[in-house]
Design a protein around this ligand. Sequence first.
Ligand SMILES: Nc1ncnc2c1ncn2[C@@H]1O[C@H](COP(=O)(O)OP(=O)(O)O)[C@@H](O)[C@H]1O
Ligand SMILES: [Mg+2]
Length: 616
Amino acid sequence: MPHRTATSTPHANRKDLHNIKRLLPYIWEFKGRVLLALSSLIFSKLAIVGMPLVLKDIVDTLGGVHPAVHAMHSGTTASVGQMLTLPLTLLLAYGMLRLVASLFGELRDAVFSRVRYHAMRAISQRVLKHLFSLSLAFHLDRKTGGISRDLERGTNSLSSILNYLVFNIFPTAAEFVFVAIILLGKYNPRFAIITFVTVAIYISFTLLITNWRMHFRHEMNAQESTANSYAIDGMLNYETVKYFNNEDYEINRYDKTLEKWETAAVKSQQSMSLLNFAQGSVIAVGVTIMMIYAAKGVVNGSMTLGDLVLVNTMMLQLFIPLNFLGIIYRALKYSLADMDMMLKLLDTEQTVKDRDNAGVLKINQAEVEFSRVSFNYNKDRKILHDISFKIPSGHKVAVVGPSGAGKSTLARLLFRFYDVDSGNIFIDGENIKNVSQQSLRENIGIVPQDTVLFNQTIEHNIRYARLDASEAEIQQAAKHANIHDFIMSLPDGYQTIVGERGLKLSGGEKQRVAIARVILKNPKILIFDEATSSLDSHSEQQILSALKSVAEKHTTLVIAHRLSTIVDADNIIVLENGCIKEQGTHQNLLGKNGLYTHLWDLQRKQIKQKEDVELP
Ligand SMILES: Nc1ncnc2c1ncn2[C@@H]1O[C@H](COP(=O)(O)OP(=O)(O)O)[C@@H](O)[C@H]1O
Ligand SMILES: [Mg+2]
């Protein structure tokens, strides 16, 4: 399983910045709220920085007003009187500042939450929309699990990045600026310099050690996901594990991986302690130096005791949010990597695109024509060569041939899941390249080779063809597809949930649901891709008649494995290795004594053998 890695090369940093810039429009949609949240942030930080200032006054009042007075202070009754009246206001002010800090802090969160969650929603929607617009080729190449992971991590990363920026990085930076202003304004510049240097060393230490530690985290994540995939793969293959008595092998493999995980985890934890200690040392040294200078100031009378408390408190307060810097830095790196994955999804180009001024396909006759069509999925292997045939209006053309000949590919090209490499496909003389994919697909109904159903009710799965269909219409379609009676025999009837991908239904039942769906859609052109392949002979006969009545007056392309199902076709195309070998009616082709005759004889023989076995 691929796992994310966070890198910090200059190139990666530039990319991260670029990605963050791309997110701004989602946030700027709520300008007002963003500005309100930012001003709340500033107010709350001002209140926090104001607290040490008031604290200083309280201390000074309690200890005597002047440094000089303080130095000679001997505890007269006059100063006791001052002590009782003045601090009350200051103490109340101190309390008020705490209240204000908390109020604006929460206000910022409350106001910003709308921005954050709305941005998450907007970008998720945008990505999903983009995923649907991408071509089949993209989806066949990607694991669905991978996409949903990218999507989920991507949206979460958006939220985290905003969180880190708005709730940690901006506020800390603002606080740092306020503290610097106060220190510079009130005291000898050395206090501001000490603070600045301490913070700078602290940040560099944190980033350096965190970058080094990330390696252990990567290792942990990699081992963890390997262990998980072993466990899940083993569980999925539970029966196979039992067939070969391989429980020990599975458990060992799992445990070996966990052993590596354990080692990495311990290292990660230990390096965390190292980081914490390094951070603590920097603060200790910085604060001590600052205190020495402040104490000197008190001794020589240039500062009060309150001033000493102030510089100490301010510095310690400043380091509270910086404490999380390592964690935030790492999380931010991961979030940026996730964000990048998601934005890459958004940047994936569609391979099958509507023309700029694509028209709407208008169908009257529904005549289909393949003209010299060649196609390959990958460059090195041709699948279809120079295929030309016509399906006149209302006719039924069958395509037969060995597995892998390219039959389903014909259907995919007509539905424009892929664009042809050369040649053209026309419907009523209109090149399908020139019309919108939406209007083309509206007019084509497909019963695919493998039907996959939504894990919802049967009714929902049939209605999917036309979301506004009434219950009566759905049942009518089910009757035509010969599946109504079966559905009614289920305890929950049409409300039966079909299971993941429709696994609770048999292959034949699924295929009949797919047929009912197409009947409900009622398009002009029909494609049946081995629609009866997973049915036994009995059910096959049952729905062949259904198919026939559906296909009547429709232009139909039938792809068939079993030749017995298409003897009545107007034209039969025999495809082999992507080339048309023969074509004609059933009688016609039998007369030619070629590939078709060969296939026909083979299948006759098989059927006969089967009958001999079944009916001895
Ligand atoms: N998405 C794909 N990418 C690459 N090769 C494919 C893809 N789909 C099908 N093929 C290959 O194209 C050939 C024709 O496939 P298909 O049209 O499905 O055959 P069939 O005649 O059995 O329906 C097969 O050999 C198959 O392996
Ligand atoms: Mg096929």
